[in-house]
Design a protein around this ligand. Structure first.
Ligand code: DQA
Length: 144
């Protein structure tokens, strides 16, 4: 079974209680259940993780490179400024695997600082603004 890493950056474990008007009312456990559920239907073994640590997230991208795994990545606030995360992300796409950047909200409709993504330029594709469905669309893209 093809394995996929679904990686979530800082504050995403707070889903459900964190700004539900922007991020929705589904909590992190609900996100994990929906993503792993669709993964199983698509024949993917999905490993969903969350960290508030830039270092840990970079380590997981290295793991994807070394293991030859596709990645769905919500870099959260790291999206907007982490060149270190970008340098790790480009290793995934240059290794021939997919890295799909996802966002629950559409950052382009929000504050100015969210309009920049340092990750998009090295991602295979970007899906934003569909809430939890952004992740499900990304998994479908990986399976197709
Ligand atoms: C986010 C958008 C980011 O700007 C923000 O920092 C997040 C979540 C999203 O999923 O909409 O933490 O990545």
């Amino acid at each position: 079974m093809q394995k996929v890493l679904v990686l979530n950056g800082p504050n995403l474990a707070r889903l459900g209680s964190r700004e539900p008007d922007i991020y929705g009312s589904t909590n992190y456990e609900g996100l994990v259940a929906a993503v792993t559920g669709l993964g199983a239907e698509l024949g993917l073994s999905v490993d969903v993780r969350q960290t508030d640590s830039e270092s840990e997230l970079i380590g997981w991208l290295h793991e994807a490179v070394d293991g030859g795994l596709d990645v769905v990545l919500n870099p959260a606030a790291f999206t907007h400024y982490s060149y270190a995360l970008r340098d790790a992300a480009v290793q995934v796409t240059k290794s021939g695997k997919k890295l799909i950047e996802v966002h629950l909200s559409n950052p382009h409709t929000r504050e100015e600082f969210r309009h920049t993504s340092v990750i998009s330029g090295v991602a295979t594709g970007v899906i934003a603004g569909f809430g939890l469905t952004s992740y499900l669309l990304a998994l479908s893209a990986i399976a197709s």
